[in-house]
Design a protein around this ligand. Structure first.
Ligand code: MIC
Ligand code: SF4
Length: 652
């Protein structure tokens, strides 16, 4: 049978028989990654699973999100994470070493392996021909404890890239073009698998920009073949022994094939406030720009910086623009420093930010009111930058650099002098790579790990317990939301809220704060209730806090037109019933404040039925709600969440 790259990796990791696309599968996880904003809760849960050591081949704990350290909270988390890593046999990548996805690509990713990460951009690793998937922290904790990861056998969309990028266009424009065609919901339940001569012409870091932003398509993952380009990338990092060729077989079956001739691509921008609101830069040309930032896990490689440095060479940032860069890793920063690239940015008037997520997640560098910010990042949801009324545009490094100089939207000319040749960059990268282990603590031996002590500061609070599903209930609709509600809308991040990730009672005060300032009080007064939403509910981040904190506030069910994958799994993990409307007219009928009469919820879960009728006490209309959940997921919901279920059943 002819197989795709995705199928080859899944079938070599599957527990049990091969399944058809759309059926549930369990796969073995070789590697895990966490970052500090999701990591604290993940390890608190792992600690309760009774293992003395992680059961994976490699597990890495990164610190890259919460690095502003305005008080003890961030550092308390870092110290806790470092001590947990020592205790349980993980690698620990310290604050300052870089953004998890960039560092993982450089140091740990390997073709043919499976990687599960508690961050939605984990699929970045697909650039190396590995199957890398984002998930909630609890699923990652289970994988570290040796449990399999359950998912639907994905649909596989083939993306045939022909041609080669022309000057001025970038890998970013490939993924923006795909977002324009496919939208932020296009990839739900699917893996995008790239091939063709255009794919072969892209470097690993260019591929990583594309696989990273596959998360914005709602996709389960994105993947490139493991070819000679991957081999060279690994060899340059002293990891050539991990290379193995993986390409799709002749005649492999894709659910659809999307063809993009990348020679035709023009510079593009995703306009506020959605990554799929894509326009040609030429349509925006001349529009004034207030801020420009180059960095994030999407575009912070040495190549990205070199391309931008070529554009700014000898020029100065416009006096109306505030510009900044952050390198994806300390290795990139070192190479940028020794090669003169950093000097180029400093001379031009860029501010140099640390190697971390920073402005991407609203940790500093917020734009001014009603301003226009151009960023090489991956998400531009309203308010995510820290400034509610700013408009964020997502662009390539070359477009960002050209616009920073001009002070208005401009495409890079493409005629820039090749001041940094491939060999020159590689020489500097090779020197920097020699220091790439310095800020990574390797796993301790079993003996040393036994003696290690876990350190918990006052900001580390245990994960709360939730009640088991009950019988009949009259539940108020606490909020009626529209389409494409992101987890940034449900559980905002930013400098004020992110430090509370390990303190659920405190962080729950901010649930839906970005879109409805009264939500917390309303939910508190009601004690229990439901949320109603539209399509693609829960898109974006993997943060399980977007399920955990609402569960803490008494949210029992979320009823929507359609869910984003990771969020739905997180809701089940925390005992919230994820229903979809059988008929969209029900969505139109229901109003915020209505009270819905639910029949016996526990009997419904036990019965295995998947449609429940609830009555709206105001309109008298019965709504049919669908629950798509596996037998085990129903048991999890019945128990009031996965932790209670595991405690009761003693299993994963
Ligand atoms: C994001 O980009 O939104 C984050 C912050 O990296 C999240 C994880 C989180 O909320 O901690 C993600 O993408 O999963
Ligand atoms: Fe960090 Fe932004 Fe990447 Fe999320 S998308 S991991 S916040 S750089």
């Amino acid at each position: 049978m002819s197989l795709t790259v995705t199928e080859k990796i899944i079938f070599s990791h599957i527990a049990g028989e091969r399944k058809k696309r759309g059926e549930t599968i369990s796969i073995k996880i070789d590697q895990t990654l966490t970052q500090d904003a999701t990591g604290t809760m993940t390890y608190l849960q792992f600690e309760g699973m009774g293992k003395t050591r992680v059961q994976t081949e490699i597990s890495v704990s990164y610190v890259d999100h919460n690095t502003t350290q305005e008080d003890f909270k961030n550092m308390d988390d870092h110290r806790y994470l470092q001590s947990v890593a020592a205790k349980y046999g993980l690698y620990f990548s310290r604050a300052g070493n870089g953004i998890c996805h960039q560092v993982h690509l450089e140091k740990f990713g390997a073709p043919g392996k499976t990687l599960l990460g508690s961050d939605s951009h984990t699929p970045t690793g697909g650039a190396l021909g590995m199957l890398a998937i984002g998930a909630g922290g609890l699923d990652v904790a289970i994988a570290m404890a040796g449990g399999a990861f359950n998912m639907l056998m994905p649909k596989i969309y083939g993306v045939k890239l022909t041609g080669s990028l022309q000057k001025g266009a970038a890998a970013k424009d490939v993924i923006l073009e795909l977002l324009k065609r496919e939208t932020v919901r296009g990839g739900v339940g699917a893996v995008y698998e790239y091939f063709g001569e255009g794919a072969a012409s892209l470097s690993v870091t260019e591929r990583a920009t594309i696989t990273n932003m596959g998360a914005e398509l709602g996709a389960t993952s994105s993947i490139f073949p493991s070819d000679g380009v991957v081999k060279e990338f690994l060899e340059q990092r002293g990891r050539g022994g991990l290379w193995t060729p993986i390409t799709a077989d002749e005649g492999a079956v894709y659910d659809k094939i999307i063809e993009i001739n990348i020679s035709d691509l023009k510079p593009l921008a995703a306009c506020p406030h959605s990554p799929d609101a894509v326009k040609d830069i030429d349509e925006l040309a001349g529009m004034p720009v207030d801020q420009v930032v180059i960095g994030s896990c999407t575009n912070s490689s040495l190549e990205d910086l070199a391309v931008a440095a070529r554009v700014i060479h000898g020029k100065t940032v416009s006096k109306n623009v505030s510009a900044g860069i952050s390198c994806g890793s300390r290795t990139v920063l070192l190479a940028a420093a020794s090669s003169g690239i950093l000097r180029e940015f400093i001379t031009a008037g860029f501010r140099i930010l640390e190697c971390a997520c920073g402005p991407c997640i609203g940790m500093g560098f917020a734009p001014s009111s009603e301003s226009v910010s151009l960023r090489t990042f991956n998400r531009n949801f309203k308010g995510r930058s820290g400034t509610g009324d700013a408009g964020v545009y997502i662009v390539s490094p070359q477009t960002a650099a050209a616009s920073a100089i001009a002070g208005v939207f401009t495409r890079a000319g493409g005629g820039e002098t090749e001041i940094y040749s491939k060999d020159f960059l590689q020489k500097h990268l090779n020197e920097a790579i020699k220091h790439s282990d310095d800020m990574i603590a390797p796993p301790l031996s079993a003996g040393d790990a036994y003696c290690a002590q876990i350190v918990r500061g006052p900001n580390i609070k245990p994960c709360p317990d939730f009640e088991a599903a009950g019988g009949k209930a009259s539940l108020p609709v606490l909020l009626k939301a529209g389409d494409n509600i992101s987890t940034d809308d449900i559980m905002p991040a930013g400098a004020k809220i992110l430090p509370l990730r390990s303190n659920i009672p405190e962080i729950s005060k901010y649930v839906f704060n970005a879109i409805d300032g009264d939500f917390y009080n309303r939910a508190k007064n009601a004690k229990r209730g439901v949320i109603v939403g539209g399509g693609n509910y829960g898109q974006g981040s993997s943060r399980e806090h977007a399920a955990l904190a609402p569960a803490y506030l008494g949210v029992k069910a979320v009823i929507v037109k359609q869910f984003a994958r990771i969020h739905k799994a997180n809701l089940i993990n925390y005992g919230i019933l994820p229903f979809t409307f059988v008929n969209v007219s029900f969505y139109n009928d229901v109003l915020q404040g209505d009270v819905l009469d639910f029949p016996e919820i526990d009997s419904f879960l036990k019965s295995g039925q998947n449609v429940m009728a609830v009555k709206n006490t105001r309109s008298g209309v019965f709504y049919h709600l669908r629950l798509e959940a596996l037998a085990e997921e129903r048991k999890i919901l019945l128990a009031g969440g996965r932790i209670a279920y595991m405690r009761n059943s003693g299993g994963n």
